[in-house]
Write a protein that binds this ligand. Sequence first.
Ligand code: HEC
Ligand code: HEC
Ligand code: HEC
Ligand code: HEC
Ligand code: HEC
Ligand code: HEC
Ligand code: HEC
Ligand code: HEC
Ligand code: HEC
Length: 413
Amino acid sequence: MSALKTYLLLLALGAATPVGAAPASQPSNCVKCHFDNEDENGPAHQVARDVHEQNGLDCADCHGGDRTLGDMDSVRASAGFRGAPDHLAIPQFCARCHSDARYMHDHNPSLPVDQLEKYQTSIHGQRLMQKKDQKVATCVSCHTAHSIGSAKLPYSTTYPQNIPATCGHCHSDSAYMAGYGIPTDQVEKYSRSVHGIALLKQGDLGAPACNDCHGNHGAAPPGVASLDAVCGLCHAIEARLFDGSPHRPAFVEQGLPMCMTCHSNHEILQPSDSLIGLADGQLCATCHADDGSKAAEEILKVSADLRSLTRATDSATVLVNRAGAKGMLITDEEFALKDVAQLGVQARSSIHAFAADSLTAKVKDGIAKADDVSARARNLLWEYDYRRIGLGIASIFITLLALGLYLKIRRIG
Ligand code: HEC
Ligand code: HEC
Ligand code: HEC
Ligand code: HEC
Ligand code: HEC
Ligand code: HEC
Ligand code: HEC
Ligand code: HEC
Ligand code: HEC
């Protein structure tokens, strides 16, 4: 197959969502010559998966130079040739188009034009631009230079499930990060967290990847003033309750972050009732003592409430399962158990009001509903026994009747 055909084929395969102009049917000399002269990791091979190339832009749109020329030396000497940018110059190299509102509007009006502006506010941007730090991420560290894809494409380095590896490329490399004095365990911890498991193992794209908390380009995602508030973007109920809770002013005064103080940031594990209490090792006990204070009283009440709810829910579940095992129809009871579970979820989320009162109402509802399910399951079990006893009596009666008939027939015969 000719290089040209291979190139077009690669381009067609890579072009998952061709929009706008079709890929150039006549590749420029830049592409042709580079494709023939480089190995399969070279730029002209990689651009098969590049959003620019897929939309009709080519080497010369980024690097400049005259596409019609036949040798590199003439290209280099031609007007507008920019060559490959120096590391420090990359943000401006990309921003020449991406910060140009009119240009971007003509090509793809849905794309924001604020990447450079935001990048300058991030630690990456600040260190690159003010301290000429070559090791921080620039546009190409996260996007690559020649296979830049939209974040919606599963092969893109910015696709949610690929983000931890994209950031981890530097942040998990302790040799590379030596000298900055920050940990290099974020990816490792994240992978063990509820979020990492949801995103990486269960494919839940709603769970946050690194960039959902840290922002794509800026210091924090749009709409949050600081990372401290980032959890509330998705966990709005907990954040609202926390805002009205006695912890809010206390944490502000002591400079403690809102959610991370109890849940951490990268290694957020599945929380449970066992965190609540004043025994050694329980979460609340890290700050509260069993000293008869109002806080201690509330903590013990919340803990006791949740225990009662668990007990009621467990016994209802056991009874329903037992009725099911005996072949009774338990569809309604199973539905009711789901309602009980839902009330449990609401009760546990209202822990964030850090006031027993707000939890007690939901716990009471939950217990009442669970007790009701238990009663219904007991009824089913009783019905089962009743039928069995009934059946037993009936069969004894029928046997006696048959025996009587038999004796009678014998006597007649
Ligand atoms: C006839 C073959 C040929 C053509 C046509 C060609 N290149 Fe090159 N290009 C090369 C080779 C070979 C190299 C690497 C060796 C060298 O530096 O000369 C290179 C190097 C480069 C580099 C690396 C930076 C630099 O300045 O060395 C860039 C960027 C580049 N080419 C872009 C382009 C662009 C854009 C076009 C079209 C406008 C183009 N090339 C056309 C063969 C070509
Ligand atoms: C979206 C803009 C863009 C397009 C399109 C693009 N490049 Fe590049 N290219 C870059 C950037 C940015 C760098 C610098 C990468 C770095 O420093 O890591 C680069 C670097 C290079 C280099 C230097 C060596 C290397 O591999 O990093 C060559 C050669 C090159 N490009 C050739 C090409 C050719 C040939 C094409 C067309 C097939 C092309 N580029 C298309 C942005 C682009
Ligand atoms: C010559 C102008 C130009 C340059 C230089 C340029 N881009 Fe683009 N880029 C575009 C255009 C136009 C699009 C929109 C393509 C479309 O959707 O039609 C685009 C699209 C993108 C997208 C995809 C956005 C999406 O979600 O659909 C990303 C990511 C991107 N560019 C990153 C970069 C990076 C990183 C650089 C620098 C290495 C760069 N671009 C350099 C013009 C440019
Ligand atoms: C630290 C990593 C990182 C750096 C550095 C970075 N980006 Fe991005 N960029 C992302 C991620 C992640 C997304 C995808 C966001 C999403 O999920 O839609 C993105 C999205 C984009 C988009 C699509 C439109 C948008 O804003 O969502 C463009 C265009 C873009 N980046 C260009 C750039 C340019 C230009 C630079 C350099 C000034 C740059 N990026 C630097 C990670 C980065
Ligand atoms: C090219 C390597 C590289 C990549 C890729 C990279 N970073 Fe960085 N990042 C750095 C370096 C170097 C620093 C500077 C460390 C410092 O100043 O403490 C840094 C700093 C940071 C900081 C600030 C740390 C602090 O000191 O508080 C955060 C947060 C961060 N990066 C997040 C990310 C995220 C999220 C991604 C992926 C979307 C990412 N980085 C991708 C190299 C990289
Ligand atoms: C659920 C939100 C969230 C997610 C997901 C997240 N982070 Fe963080 N990260 C934070 C918070 C909050 C901080 C603490 C910031 C502060 O103290 O200002 C932090 C701190 C950091 C720091 C500074 C050094 C440190 O460890 O304290 C780096 C680097 C970093 N994160 C990188 C990452 C990377 C890489 C990923 C993806 C694997 C990631 N983060 C995922 C919220 C998150
Ligand atoms: C981008 C949205 C998003 C952000 C930001 C976010 N989370 Fe999550 N979180 C989720 C999703 C989705 C789940 C998985 C829900 C599930 O499968 O149970 C989850 C699960 C959790 C869980 C386990 C809940 C359960 O019932 O199993 C906790 C605890 C949690 N997140 C705390 C936090 C904290 C603390 C922060 C901030 C540091 C945060 N989240 C930031 C979306 C987010
Ligand atoms: C990081 C420290 C810290 C942790 C962990 C913590 N608290 Fe607190 N809590 C405080 C501070 C500080 C106050 C305000 C001063 C006070 O009342 O002791 C407070 C106040 C309270 C109050 C209000 C008491 C009143 O006077 O109205 C309740 C209720 C409470 N906490 C419940 C809990 C529960 C439940 C847990 C465990 C899930 C917990 N706290 C974990 C620091 C903490
Ligand atoms: C004082 C400690 C503490 C703070 C502060 C805290 N939480 Fe929690 N959180 C808990 C405890 C304890 C549980 C477990 C409840 C249970 O399962 O009984 C929990 C459970 C959760 C859950 C899972 C259960 C649910 O609510 O669906 C999420 C999500 C959550 N917290 C998010 C947050 C967010 C977001 C913030 C900040 C606004 C926050 N938490 C602040 C202690 C805390």
